[in-house]
Write a protein that binds this ligand. Structure first.
Ligand code: F6P
Length: 517
């Protein structure tokens, strides 16, 4: 494992170097290099045979990264042991040392050790058989699925289903995560208990929100005279014993390995609702698209490695330009849930304050990820992006092929607005009137996808997983644990049990909320 002090020293060197080199504006960077667009953009494409193809143009030219910065980041990657860390990720090394585990989400889509990939293929085949049996009516005429899970057990499926089932869904899926009963009631209102299946998705099968919602869903089936409510439950979990204890028959338990982290689990049986909604062929295409990015990430060195280059940009803005947030705007309704998904992926992975080996980290770690959908966001938050005092690097995501079948004016306007925002953020506009002056020089990156199909969607998600991993390696962080979420859970338990001492504010609020007398 790379010594954190080496990484800290490499960061001091990098920061010193970049402070000394001239800080050119974006316009100056373009003026200085007529080849900038070609150098800083890249088309990633792969022919996946029967499973389709992926094609996307990534453009990092409107960021402040220049040759000097890229060279410095490549040197830093060497010191941080990026190549070895990347090999360890795919070779089943213990990349999550605080929990003593490898991270084998790559194996779920064919990128990993032979043993991990074989295990994944067997689990996928098992899921495929259940999905096909359900489509063929083995559990009765299933029209709806209520997918119950939270965090990584919900965000990926919700995004994938929203992105991929606009035209056609084989089963109507409702993802319910919140313990607020209103969320489950909303799903009940949209489903017929006679034709509804319940998926309980929980890596641990102990999460309070999920288990409470699961129990209420079973009660709803029973209250509505469904003969065998437990017979309508499918469990997606790394704790099959917990699912058996909950009353799920083994034939409807779809396990996945402990070494697949919650926020990296879309590719495992946590993707069951996606497979049920889009069919196994498209689910396989999603895996293949992700695998194509794994291959790119594994085989490409330095700045030509797109997720690594994205991580260089992320760290340049968070650590050199002190940007505390980064924003993601999807100019495509199908990707509207991407910012929510990325929030968990990036903030739960890299929102840490100590290194892999436990030493405090002095520089900023993950910025706050936020965002929305274009063009809506233009009429809400873009004022701050253009004229506010924060510098916020922006990612734009757009698609060349329209998702809709209306007048082409819709899609044309969507795309041209997206491009206009990137151009305006960079160019700005001088005015003698301070209120009408735009400073410009504000960075953005662009993901221009050929289309949003299952394969391209899988590629986009895998890209962001690797971008997050690469940033973690360059900061010396373990991206695969999340102990920060445990304290609040423990406190909630002590409030519930009535035990434990609380500060005066919380104690008063407990009384006001009726949680204690
Ligand atoms: O509380 C955080 C967390 O553990 C996430 O990391 C995870 O995705 C989510 O809760 C759900 O956990 P589980 O799948 O075990 O129910």
């Amino acid at each position: 494992m790379t010594d954190q002090s080496n990484i800290a020293n490499a960061w001091s060197t990098l920061i010193g170097l970049l402070e000394k080199s001239p800080q050119l504006t974006l316009s100056e960077l373009f003026a200085a290099d007529s080849d900038r667009v070609a150098k800083m953009s890249q088309r990633i494409e792969a022919d996946l045979g029967q499973l389709g193809q992926i094609g996307m143009l990534l453009d990092w030219s409107k960021t402040h990264l220049d040759d000097a910065a890229l060279g410095a980041f490549e040197d830093l990657a060497d010191v941080a042991g990026f190549d070895a860390a990347r090999s360890a990720l795919f070779d089943g090394g213990i990349v999550n040392p605080t929990e003593g585990r490898p991270a084998t989400h790559g194996a779920m889509r064919g990128s990993g050790t032979e043993a991990h990939v074989e295990e994944a293929e067997a689990l996928l085949a098992r899921m495929g058989m259940l999905v096909e049996a359900i489509h063929e009516g083995a559990l009765g005429p299933i029209k709806h699925l209520i997918h119950i899970g939270i965090g990584g057990s919900a965000l990926g499926p919700a995004l994938a289903i929203d992105a991929l089932t606009r035209d056609l869904k084989l089963v109507d899926v409702h993802v319910v995560s919140n313990i607020d009963g209103l969320a489950l009631e909303q799903a009940f209102a949209a489903c017929d208990p006679e034709t509804t299946l319940i998926a309980v998705a929980s890596k641990t099968f102990t999460t309070t929100e999920t288990m409470t919602n699961a129990a209420s869903a079973l009660k709803w089936l029973a209250d509505n005279d469904v003969a065998d409510p437990s017979g309508r439950v499918v469990a997606l979990t790394a704790n099959p014993e917990g699912a058996v204890e909950f009353g799920v028959d083994e034939t409807r338990i779809l396990p996945f390995p402990e070494s697949v982290g919650g926020r990296y689990s879309l590719w495992s049986s946590i993707g069951f609702p996606v497979a049920l909604a889009v069919g196994m062929d498209d689910f396989q295409a999603m895996l293949a698209g992700a695998q194509a990015i794994d291959t790119h990430f594994r085989e490409t060195q330095g700045r030509a490695n797109a997720p690594l280059l994205a991580a260089f940009g992320d760290l340049y803005y968070s650590r050199i330009r002190n940007c505390q947030t980064r924003a993601v705007f999807a100019y495509d309704e199908r990707m509207a849930l991407l910012p929510d998904y990325l929030q968990q992926l990036e903030m739960e992975s890299n929102g840490k304050r100590v290194s892999v080996s436990g030493e405090p980290i002095d520089l900023p770690t993950a910025p706050v990820t936020w965002g929305g959908v274009g063009t809506d966001a233009q009429h809400a938050v873009f004022q701050l992006l253009h004229q506010g005092t924060h510098l916020i690097p922006v990612d734009f995501i757009a698609t060349v092929a329209p998702g809709d079948e209306l007048d082409p004016a819709h899609h044309r306007n969507l795309l041209l607005n997206c491009l206009a925002q990137g151009a305006a953020l960079m160019a700005g506009k001088q005015s003698d009137d301070p209120a009408r002056n735009y400073p410009g020089d504000r960075p953005s990156a662009m993901f221009l996808l050929d289309d949003i199909d299952a394969a391209t969607f899988g590629a986009m998600i895998a890209f962001h997983e690797h971008r997050t991993f690469a940033a973690a390696v360059l900061m010396g962080i373990n991206p695969f644990d999340q102990f920060g979420v445990e304290l609040g859970k423990a406190m909630a338990k002590s409030i519930d049990s009535g035990e434990g001492e609380f500060d005066a504010s919380t104690a008063a609020l407990m009384t006001a909320a009726g949680l204690r007398t």
